[in-house]
Write a protein that binds this ligand. Structure first.
Ligand SMILES: Nc1ncnc2c1ncn2[C@@H]1O[C@H](COP(=O)(O)OP(=O)(O)OP(=O)(O)O)[C@@H](O)[C@H]1O
Ligand SMILES: [Mg+2]
Length: 344
């Protein structure tokens, strides 16, 4: 696999009917705020087929991170969560504190945008890898954990892993640190890897290498990956399915290649136009207008003010996320598309 192989949409290799590793059903998230709660997610539903890569896309503030973090119950203090979140056959909402700790140490791991802030600056990389491995499996001896750390460092393509274990984070580049963080997740043998903007802080060529690594881990180890990113070019060559979010809701969801080649929601279409690939490598202006404030969402479609196809119905009736293609389970929340589908 080369960096250029990540360039274009690829056909999904994981069929839509594989049992989900992750299932969000009508998930709502509200945060306490002076003067009343602020609702951030408004009934978010999507599935992540086991062994697939699913990307959450959307403009800043659309709720990508909140949706991803809710899977591990990593939400700000006081957050209220409604609906149902399952990972495998487990209900994340009902886990005890101890179950949740174990779940976060082993089954579900997360990688954030900024590798520098995710590592302890005063501890060697090796010590942090050993700690991560033993937190996931306390029966592992220090020696075995160290051997696993070396093997995993090699797996994520860090040259000379034995000696790199002795390095401190400040002695490594951003790209290498992101590999170390991926290794820290892998030594725990997780089934689910969440990545929140994993390459945003890195330069372009390093970004491609990290994405290539994630793709490799998914294809070779069957690791299920959920990746939140505002960069559609990142998603194109990586994700099996794409979940497009707008103002705390899912507006379109389906196989990446299909959604990118034939987006059904006007927001998805507009978002695709902002990707450099559509503009001879230049990042185009953002979509005209702004999303509505979360505490002042309109009664109808939240995109209505920015959409060139808006009708009166769009302003009063909230579109549900409905299937537009049964075999691929491509869904969209747009009244116009749904009306066209009924006519067809
Ligand atoms: N701790 C918080 N307190 C108040 N509001 C918050 C908090 N966390 C998130 N929000 C709000 O919730 C909305 C969704 O935020 P979220 O971080 O999930 O969006 P995002 O799609 O990940 O955006 P970005 O691309 O900027 O990372 C935003 O309007 C944000 O301001
Ligand atoms: Mg975010």
């Amino acid at each position: 696999m080369t960096a250029t192989a990540l360039g274009g949409p690829h056909q999904p290799v994981v069929p839509a009917d594989v049992p989900p590793a992750v299932h969000l059903e009508d998930v709502t998230v509200s945060l306490p705020r002076a003067g009343g709660d602020l609702q951030i997610l408004h009934g978010v539903s999507f599935k992540v087929p086991a062994g697939s890569i699913v990307a959450l896309a959307g403009e800043s503030g659309s709720g990508k991170s909140t949706a991803a973090l809710s899977l591990m119950r990593l939400l700000p203090w006081g957050a209220r969560v409604g609906g149902r979140i399952s990972v495998g056959d487990r209900d994340v909402a009902t886990m005890s504190r101890e179950e949740l700790r174990q779940f976060r140490a082993s089954e579900a791991r997360i990688i954030l945008q900024d590798p520098w802030s995710s590592l302890h600056p005063m501890h060697t990389v090796g010590a942090q890898l050993v700690e991560s491995a033993r937190a996931a499996d306390p029966s592992l001896s220090k020696k075995d954990a160290r051997a696993l750390a070396v093997e995993t460092m090699a797996r994520v393509r860090i040259p000379d892993p034995e000696s790199r274990l002795k390095s401190y984070p400040h002695e490594m580049s951003g790209g290498q640190l992101q590999r170390v963080l991926i290794a820290m997740a892998l030594v725990a043998r997780p089934t689910l890897l969440l990545c929140d903007e994993p390459t945003t802080a890195l330069d372009v060529s390093t970004q491609a290498q990290i994405l290539e690594l994630l793709l490799e881990l998914n294809r070779e180890m069957g690791l299920t990956i959920v990746i939140a990113t505002h960069d559609l070019d990142v998603i194109a060559g990586l994700a099996d399915r794409l979940v497009v979010m707008y103002a705390g809701r899912v507006v379109e969801e389906g196989p990446t290649a299909e959604v990118m080649a034939a987006p059904r929601h006007p927001y998805t279409w507009a978002l695709l136009q902002t990707a450099p690939k559509h503009n001879n490598g230049e990042r185009m202006r953002t979509i005209e207008g702004r999303p509505p404030a979360l505490d002042a969402l309109p009664p109808g479609c939240a995109f209505a003010d920015r959409c060139e196809f808006t009708t009166n119905a769009c302003r009063t009736e909230r579109p549900e996320l409905l299937l537009v293609d049964e075999p691929t389970r491509h869904r969209t929340a747009c009244l116009r598309v749904q009306a066209e589908n009924q006519e067809a």
